[in-house]
Ligand binder design. Structure first.
Ligand code: SAM
Length: 200
């Protein structure tokens, strides 16, 4: 079994954490906040009716929006409470409980590969640090030829951007573009956020 993610360690320490997270996003949705910024960038990267994997999908915010845009979405997350919320709030995609470090969708009868894999909302800093390269390698293994990964996370969360880019190269991925935001602002040395567009 893979080392427990930092997210699941938080959940173990505070079992209400997952429900708090679900309610936080439900409340923002009720208030009409824009929760689909990441999905819009991914939609622009994808041909119509693409196969998209939402890696660390949480309650389905990003994958749900991509399914509404007509894509075939699979979402995977280690937190069963968040997957239950995704099923309730965003019916349609395939939502699966699973650890990205052990991702093997063909073994679960889910057709791969994927045209785009998205990992939004600070999934990567919530991985168990010892599994980072394993997770990136599993994502690479689920890419279609020519497929791409869009991964975004913030600075100051224990996973330095340089370290991430070293891990990207170590598993045979190439960073095609580095952005500072999901709305396409450039990445600079001052950026406090990174959106990396990767290919195998
Ligand atoms: C801050 S939440 C973001 C959720 C979602 N992507 C969003 O933007 O709303 C971080 C998520 O990463 C997931 N995560 C962290 N490590 C994981 C792992 N090894 N396998 C699967 N999910 C993981 C957590 O379970 C959690 O749902």
């Amino acid at each position: 079994m893979a080392e427990q993610s930092i997210w699941m360690q938080k959940v173990t320490a505070d079992p209400g954490h997952s429900t708090w997270y679900v309610e936080r996003f439900r409340s923002m949705a009720r208030q009409g906040e824009d929760l689909a910024g990441e999905a819009r960038l991914v939609d622009a990267m994808a041909a119509r009716h693409s196969r998209i994997l939402d890696a660390g999908c949480g309650p389905g915010r990003v994958g749900g929006a991509l399914a509404e845009a007509g894509h075939e979405v699979v979402g995977v997350d280690a937190d069963p409470v968040l997957i239950a919320a995704a099923e309730e709030d965003h019916p349609g995609p395939t939502w699966l409980v699973g650890d990205l470090a052990e991702l093997d969708l063909p073994a679960r009868s889910v057709i791969e590969p994927f045209d785009v894999i998205v990992s939004a909302g600070n999934v990567l800093p919530f991985l168990a640090p010892g599994t980072r390269r394993q997770v990136l390698d599993r994502l690479r293994a689920h890419l279609a030829p020519g497929g791409r990964i869009a991964a975004g996370f913030g600075a100051g969360r224990g996973y330095a951007f340089d370290e991430f880019l070293d891990d990207v190269a170590a598993v045979g991925l190439t960073a095609d573009q580095l952005l500072g935001t999901w709305d396409l602002r450039p990445f600079t040395p001052e950026s406090d956020f990174l959106v990396a567009l990767l290919r195998a």
